[in-house]
Structure formats: C-alpha cells, structure tokens
Design a protein around this ligand. Structure first.
Ligand SMILES: Nc1ncnc2c1ncn2[C@@H]1O[C@H](COP(=O)(O)O)[C@@H](O)[C@H]1OP(=O)(O)O
Ligand SMILES: [Mg+2]
Ligand SMILES: [Mg+2]
Ligand SMILES: [Mg+2]
Length: 369
C-alpha cells in the first residue's frame, strides 16, 4: 500500500530522507514486539517452550512477535519479501488450536497497544485492527522467503537468543531491510538491557536503529529522543571480548586463546543474542568474537544483518575471521561459516591476525592428532 506519507525518492530528495518510513515502521514493529515478548515472559510457566527439529527452543513469544512484525511490515510494504526465522507448520494441527488462539490474542494486544506520536502517521493505519488466527499463521509463514542478492527483502528474528529469553537474560527483537544483498536499515530491541550498566536492577530496555550512511542511534523503548552511537576507540590491551553465553553457539576456548594472543587482561563479557552488537556499539565491550563450534552450522542472515549495520554505522568493522565482508546475498544463511569478528576499526587488523594465528594453531594440533 502506498501511503500518502511515503516520500518519493528522486535525485532531488535529500539523502537523509532515504528509508525514513522503513526505519520508523521497523521501530514501531520492534517496540510492539518487545512489549508483547515481555508480557509473555511475565506470564510464562517455567519450561514453557517447544523444541524445533534442530533442537533449539521456540516459545509462544517467538511466534507472536514474528506474526506481529510481519503484519506491520506487510501492511505498509506488501511487495517486499520477508526472511523470518520461524514458520507456522507447528500451528496447523487441531491440538495446537488453543496455543494458536493464545498467540492470536497476544498479537492483537501488540497491534492495538496505544500509539506513540510517530505512529499517528498515515503508514500506521494497519495498527489498531485485530487479526484472525488464520492471518497469524499467514503472517508467520510470510517469512519463508529464500533470500538472495536482488532487490529488497526484510529479515525478522522475533526473539534472538531464545535461550537467554527463557533464562530471563538478554534477548533481542531484530529486524533489517536488505537491498541487493546489503543491509540498509537495522533495528534491534533489547528489553532487558539496563539503562545504566552500574545499576543492572534499575530501568531497562533500549531500541537501536541504524540506516546505511545515516549513522546509528539508541533510544529508550517508549521514547524517540535519539542518542547517537559512536564506538569509542580502545587501546588494544584494554579490549573486553563479548561472547555468547551458550558454549554450543560459539567457541569459548578459541576466544580464550585469542585473548591470550592479544594479551588481554579483562575477563570476557558473556551475553545472549544480538544484544552483543548493541553493547559493542555503546562501548560496553570492544570485540564480538563468534567462531563456529560445528563445521556444518551456517550462521543465519537474521542473526547478523541488523547488528552488522549497527556496528558499521557506529564506526566499527564487521567481517568474518579472514577479514572478508559478511555476504547477506547468498540465501537464508551466510554460507560457509568462517565466524564473525566485530570491533573498532583501529584494532580490527590486529584482531584478525590473532584470530588467524589461533586458527593455525588449531590446524597444527588437528594434524598431530
Ligand atoms: N550451533 C550453533 N552455532 C551458532 N549459532 C547457533 C547454533 N545453534 C543456534 N544458534 C543461534 O545462535 C543465536 C544466539 O546466539 P547467542 O548464543 O550468541 O545468543 C541464535 O540465533 C541461535 O539460533 P536459534 O534462534 O535457533 O536458537
Ligand atoms: Mg530467534
Ligand atoms: Mg537468532
Ligand atoms: Mg530460535
């Protein structure tokens, strides 16, 4: 649906207006998904999740957030394909009817929640209308697009770090817009990220947004007073490494060897989800290091597209372990997994050298065994 607020992009349009509607739609969708996932967490009974075929957990919150975000994006941009993590195949059997109804009421709470000022524009006409269980399934399944490097597509990770979400730890609601294989808009909501690191029990919740060549900001969940993000420079010996909580998702032992090679003194900071990219962009931690634990696991584009853009726009660099750009145009995954290295530009080449040295050591060890 073309809305009257859609700004025509012509050669005369000032650059700053590019993706203005896309950014605000993504922020609205992410904020509403954060509200509903927090509600799901508060009412969730311990152990309340299903297990997917790859053994990873999925909750009512993941399904509801994907349906809600997909509905909001699709109403404004009906021609844009979506690559989403979840699918609704589990929600067709008669015994899942009650769960589907539960998910539907959560989605509708999210769609009808009070509007903030920026949601009083023409694009937001889809908000405020209830959708049916059938529409919930259609919205989730709209995320089945195969990806690729031509044209526009959105990515949705409705709850990134579901294991963190279940533990009451960090998780992130992640949306990106990719154009011809390159992320151009990224929005990440981190409902459990404290406002003040020195007061972890105090107020929580940040939304991060980045637009290609327009910088990156953060703001509180219900505000839109942006604080610009710029990664502070760090001396190599003071680097704090950010890594997954789950040792099955990225290699802790590899990271500790890289820390030795870089002669780092500070302990690493473990955190679930793309909150690591956000933390890095805020200067809470300086190097996100993610090396595979299994040769066959392919990193998913929705797990890195918004985070990678955020770091780039905050002045940092994101590459694989060989210093190559991540390729978001290969399909639903980043292809063969050479890990992810995100850090400030001034330390990047030094980090890559240490990562390569640690990889060479592992190859030598493997030869001897
Ligand atoms: N074997 C694996 N290697 C790397 N990442 C994984 C693996 N299994 C799951 N993941 C994904 O890692 C992400 C979370 O990373 P972290 O542990 O750093 O928070 C999730 O998106 C999770 O997928 P899923 O969403 O299916 O659970
Ligand atoms: Mg997820
Ligand atoms: Mg994820
Ligand atoms: Mg998952």
């Amino acid at each position: 649906m073309a809305t009257s607020t859609t700004i025509p992009i012509t050669h005369e349009t000032p650059r700053v207006l590019l993706y203005a509607i896309e950014r605000i739609v993504a922020i609205s969708a992410v904020r509403r998904a954060c509200i509903v996932t927090q509600k799901v967490f508060e009412t969730m009974v311990k152990g309340d999740h299903f297990t997917k075929s790859d053994e990873s957990p999925v909750t009512v919150g993941d399904f509801a957030a994907q349906a809600l975000i997909s509905q909001i994006i699709h109403t404004v941009f009906p021609d844009d394909p979506i690559v989403g993590e979840e699918d609704a195949s589990e929600l067709y059997s008669p015994e899942k009817k009650e769960i589907l109804h539960n998910i539907t009421s959560i989605v509708n709470e999210g769609l009808t929640a009070d509007r903030l000022d920026y949601e009083k524009e023409d694009w937001a006409i889809g908000l405020g209308r209830d959708i049916s269980p059938q529409e919930v399934r259609e919205n989730i399944d709209r995320g089945k697009h195969n990806g690729g490097n031509v044209g526009r597509m959105w990515t949705i990770d409705p709850i990134d770090g579901t294991k963190g979400f279940l533990r009451g730890g960090q998780y992130a609601v992640c949306v990106s817009l990719i154009l011809d294989g390159e992320p151009v808009v990224g929005v990440i909501g981190c409902p459990n990220l404290p406002h003040d690191l020195n007061n972890p029990e105090g107020k929580k919740g940040w939304i991060f947004s980045a637009v290609k060549e327009q910088g990156a900001q953060r703001f509180t969940i219900n505000g839109l007073d942006p604080i610009p993000l710029g990664m502070p420079s760090v001396s190599p010996e003071s680097i704090v490494v950010l890594e997954s909580v789950e040792s099955g998702h990225s290699s802790h032992s590899f990271n500790s060897r890289v820390r030795e090679l870089l002669t780092l003194k500070e302990p690493s900071l473990q955190m679930d989800s793309q909150a690591k990219y956000c933390s890095l962009a805020m200067g809470r931690g300086h190097l996100y290091l993610r090396m595979p634990t299994r040769p066959d696991y392919e990193e998913k584009i929705w797990d890195h597209a918004p985070g990678a853009l955020l770091i780039k726009e905050a002045g940092g660099q994101v590459t694989d372990s060989r210093g190559k750009q991540l390729n978001f145009g290969l399909g639903r995954t980043l292809g063969k997994n050479y890990g992810v290295v995100a850090c400030g530009s001034e330390v990047h080449s030094r980090v890559i050298d240490s990562v390569q040295a640690a990889l060479e050591e592992s190859r030598e060890r493997a030869k001897m065994n």
